[in-house]
Write a protein that binds this ligand. Sequence first.
Ligand SMILES: Cc1cc2nc3c(=O)[nH]c(=O)nc-3n(C[C@H](O)[C@H](O)[C@H](O)COP(=O)(O)O)c2cc1C
Length: 206
Amino acid sequence: MNAKPPNPRTPAWDIDSMFTDRWSPRALAADPLTPREVQTLFEAARWAPSCFNEQPWLFVYATAPEQRRKLAACLAPKNQLWAGHAPLLMFLLARRSFQKSGKENRHAPYDAGAAWMALALQARKLGLYAHAMAGFNLQKAYEALGASPEEFLVMAAIAVGRKCEDSGLPEELRAMESPNDRKPHAEVATDLFPLAPASHTQQGVS
Ligand SMILES: Cc1cc2nc3c(=O)[nH]c(=O)nc-3n(C[C@H](O)[C@H](O)[C@H](O)COP(=O)(O)O)c2cc1C
């Protein structure tokens, strides 16, 4: 039995529990997801905001064992250990250019990140967990996905599944299998005005 509390996170301010309930476990059961669950995840991602409503993300996913093996083979060995048997495996791509104008879209990774977060939060609503990974071989990923590096950035791999007991994980991963904490507010959000140089703040006065 897993003796750890389900979620020991304590937010500094009163926020919706969906934010602290989302975390990235590695102990994921191999049980398949229903087609409805899979489509619900991508439906949530579809409503993410994006620059010019471009929706520059593309989730390339696999649920069938053979296809999942193909994607899992791109992962770093440490990630293969736990994500290799997740019932839903995917890569998140971001289109480098706007489809209408052909101009570079430097906001695409930002928008793809928003889509991933929508998917991850929806996963929790379904009793599932989504775990993103940067640990993969980029060259192998482009090949496996049949994606062009000129057209797409490969942002992350993502494993989704139901959480299970962590007894099947290697000891090193089991030790990390609990929700982690965050930096304090002061390190990640700052009021603009204390940062402004004195000469700048005095401009309007002189
Ligand atoms: C872009 C990205 C890449 C990540 N890469 C990996 C990875 O390769 N392997 C892994 O086990 N976890 C990976 N993670 C999970 C992070 O370590 C995790 O999100 C972070 O520690 C915060 O914890 P939480 O998601 O449980 O809140 C990644 C997460 C993100 C968003």
